[in-house]
Design a protein around this ligand. Structure first.
Ligand SMILES: NC(=O)c1ccc[n+]([C@@H]2O[C@H](COP(=O)([O-])OP(=O)(O)OC[C@H]3O[C@@H](n4cnc5c(N)ncnc54)[C@H](OP(=O)(O)O)[C@@H]3O)[C@@H](O)[C@H]2O)c1
Length: 458
């Protein structure tokens, strides 16, 4: 039997090709939704719009059995039956008629406690909660493993952009060396405005707030905490490592000036806030190959030719490098109600199918991998100094680089009246060496100011 329903021709006839459900008998999976705000509300809408299609394509009827919210009195639009709403989230998790839990409340508690309770009841859980996963991911993964049930979180890393499933499944056999992403739309929007309109940081931030791209308190975005949580999640999946938010080195974009952007552009770079998870091969005492990982978030100069340089506005992208797959880029909407709910819905269909087949996807794991401190990580760097415009200054400055074995790749000088601005791009050096170079440069009488230091990605 074909459970395809609908007219003839056009899109429907295309659909008919793939609508034969594996099991002709439609199975109903009852969903307990925890949270009905931006993401939860969008998920309810999309299930209303696509529930029939999903049923036709998969043989699974996804039915919302209950929705837990904080406030019972809030107006939630006409499409939502008041009978489904409750303020008792624990009762939803414990309800034996609920098969699968979707957590889109956010924050640590009560989300953590509710997810643990759901897993203890052997209910698969789908969550978009990056903060919780980055801080308590291991505890949740252990609980899912003990219950032999799904804990799926595609939406938590880059919302609509599929990156968790490709890393977990498609690239499982790949030797992934680096995952590098623009994973915060707010900061990418601000940096794009600064680049394209020459706007100051403060003006670009105000505009982002007025447009709803940035929160009134923008700290989590502009100081790199949000990107740091996503970096921890991506590193954990890409490298089978246990990485928590506290392991991620982070710097934000609030020190980036319009002048830095102009310099970067002149040198052939775009400034982007990057989340980078990288694997470094090391050798054990016995000569066996081992590895460490570095996880960091900071603004970086990205060469114009790099695919990440062209990611503008509030868009996100994740660039993956593997030994055999080569370079891959995943691009799209990294936030927003419907883009995020789209990823949640994909996970929900997957978990529902697994529930019916009595199977699950184990969260990838492995032994604890040492985290390499930022001081021991290497990069090329951009440095910008204001110096006295006098004979011998350049040699003195170059001597400091040499003393720390930091080699200069390029240098530009610009006259500023009695002073000069020197802009350097170095070859690869360790963070420790570049920081001591900067400290010694700042101590020179001839150096009147040390500007922004940026890592360079080519
Ligand atoms: N928004 C995005 O673009 C986006 C993108 C990626 C990931 N995420 C993640 O998705 C999750 C949800 O984000 P959101 O933007 O949808 O948040 P939101 O709009 O603030 O919605 C949160 C929902 O949770 C409910 N809630 C809060 N405390 C509760 C409690 N103790 N018990 C039951 N319900 C409770 C709220 O109820 P009331 O409605 O009654 O206030 C609201 O419906 C977060 O983890 C976030 O990081 C969001």
């Amino acid at each position: 039997m074909n459970s395809f329903r609908g007219g003839t021709g056009g899109r429907d006839s295309l659909r008919q090709v793939s609508t034969e459900p594996a099991d002709a008998q439609v199975r109903t999976i009852r969903v307990g939704l925890l949270g009905c705000g931006t993401v939860g509300g969008a998920l309810v809408e999309m299930l209303g719009e696509r529930g029939d299609d999903i049923e036709a394509r998969t043989g699974i009827r996804l039915e919302i059995g209950a929705i837990a919210v904080r406030s019972a009195s809030k107006n939630r639009g006409s499409g939502l039956s008041g009978d489904l709403l409750t303020t008792d989230a624990r009762a939803v998790v414990a309800d034996p008629d609920i098969d699968v839990i979707v957590e889109v409340i956010g924050g640590i508690e009560p989300a953590r406690e509710l997810i643990l309770a759901a897993l203890a009841n052997r209910k698969p859980v789908i969550t978009a909660n990056k903060e919780l996963l980055a801080n308590c991911g291991q505890e949740l993964a252990d609980a899912a493993a003990a219950a032999r049930t799904d804990l799926l979180f595609e939406a938590a890393a880059a919302a609509a952009i599929p990156i968790i499933r490709p890393l977990r499944e498609s690239l499982l056999g790949e030797d992934v060396s680096r995952v590098m992403g623009i994973v915060n739309g707010t900061t990418n929007y601000i940096l794009t405005q600064m680049t394209e309109l020459g706007a100051d940081y403060a003006d670009a931030l105000t505009e982002a707030q007025n447009l709803g791209y940035a929160e009134r308190d923008p700290t989590a975005d502009v100081e790199g905490y949000d990107a740091g949580a996503k970096a921890a999640i991506m590193a954990s999946i890409a490298f089978g490592a246990k990485v928590a938010a506290g392991d991620v080195y982070h710097e934000g974009i609030s020190n980036i000036s319009a002048a830095d952007i102009a310099f970067a552009n002149r040198l052939g770079y775009q400034i982007k806030l990057l989340a980078i998870a990288e694997r470094f091969e090391t050798e054990s005492g016995s000569g066996a190959s081992e590895y460490e990982i570095g996880v960091r978030v900071h603004p970086a100069m990205v060469a114009n030719e790099h695919p990440l340089a062209s990611v503008r506005g509030s868009f996100n992208a994740v660039f993956v490098e593997g030994a055999d797959a080569g370079e891959l880029m995943f691009y799209g909407r990294g936030a927003g109600g419907r883009p995020t709910a789209s990823a949640v819905l994909g996970d929900l269909i997957d978990a529902a199918g697994n529930k019916i087949r009595e199977t699950y996807h184990p969260v990838p794991g492995g032994p604890a991998v040492p985290i390499r401190p930022i001081d021991d990580q290497s990069s090329a760097y951009y440095l910008n100094l204001e110096v006295a415009d006098a004979p011998g200054v350049l040699a003195e400055v170059a001597g400091v680089f040499g003393a720390h074995e930091v080699s200069i790749r390029s240098m530009e000088q610009e006259g500023l009246g009695d002073e000069a601005r020197l802009v350097f791009v170095t070859h690869e050096a360790t963070e420790r060496d570049i920081q001591s170079t900067l400290a010694d440069l700042a101590a020179l009488d001839a150096v009147h100011g040390v500007g922004t230091m940026l890592r360079v990605i080519s």
